[in-house]
Design a protein around this ligand. Sequence first.
Ligand SMILES: *Cc1c(COP(=O)(O)O)cnc(C)c1O
Length: 408
Amino acid sequence: MTTSPIFSMIAREQQRQTECINLIASENYASKNILSAAGSILTNKYAEGYPGRRYYGGCSIIDEVESYAIEQGKKLFGCEHMNVQPHSGSSANFAAYFSLLKPGDTILGMQLSAGGHLTHGYPLNFSGTMFKAISYGVNPDTECLDYDEIEKLAQEHQPKMIIAGASAYARLIDYEKLAAIAQQTKSILLVDMAHIAGLIAAKLIPSPFEYADIVTSTTHKTLRGPRGGVICSKNPHAKSIDRAIIPGTQGGPLMHIIAAKAIAFEEAQSPSFITYQQQVIKNAQAMAHAFKDMGYKIVSGGTDTHLFLVDLRSKFNDVTGKLAEEVLGQCNIIINRNTVPGDTQSPMITSGMRIGTPAMTTRGFKEKEIQELTSLINDIIVHRTDQTYLQKTQKHIIQWASQFPIPC
Ligand SMILES: *Cc1c(COP(=O)(O)O)cnc(C)c1O
């Protein structure tokens, strides 16, 4: 039997993950049990349909798996209905829109450049081509959501759906206010909690479930499960959401991933998960604070969640987000470049960094390591042209990161 080169690529990627400090806000490390379910023989089974209503034979055990995942997911978030079949966060949004909107309907979502997601109405995404997409940003002074602006846009455009949720926004979202706006304009309120699902599961930040008609999510970000999505809804929407997944937008479900989602929902109900999420927020706040102490401006002044944005223009006039990402990457520290409010650089270059703490908190980082890491990041940017310094620092980070192993 020959061994595929893929296995040595996986081994090299495992080494890379071990030897890097990962500050990507949307990434995390799934547990050994989750990896094991995701890599299981459940991948062999076709199961189009839903438990008890399948288009394939041999689904009795698969039915148990999916029913258990739904039961655990509903218990975790306290929602009426959950569909666990979406292959990703984007597929979850696609199906949710498909169930509730017609092509040409107006949607109101957050601008990508202000921290929103592609699927919230970006012109090149399906959401921007199939629907008439209107977008809201952040207030230029507070750099926070401006509910008066959202209300004004809703009044003016009467959207069929208002979409809340973000990929690069550090502050809490006032779902009650958004629901009040949606009620005035008779819009559906969809909350996409992809980034913050873990914090909501741990009840550390407000939950959208009381206010939103539909809640979509990924399962692999703060929630720390396998790569995938879910759609939660109130009972009246249940049938149409299920139909929008199959036959609407997907074929057979990924049963190995659904099994892994069930384990993630179980794990998220344990007391240690709450402790973990508390530390995620503590680490993000400690890190934002440490950056401020070194003279960096943090967008909106800080964070209430697992991530924050650093405005590099506040400290250097010649360091773009792209340059920071590259020079930190040379030293095995992985961040995202990100646009900041009022950015004059293109989205490929940007003037900011997006930094998140979920991944390194899983590996055991606490405030002490966060302090050390933040001053290292500053030193690396300051010494960005000193190759000897950069090489020495990369060696140090490899050593350091390897002391905080990843689950595998
Ligand atoms: C990550 C994200 C998604 C999409 O998830 P994928 O699994 O990458 O498709 C959708 N919405 C928001 C707000 C996100 O942050």
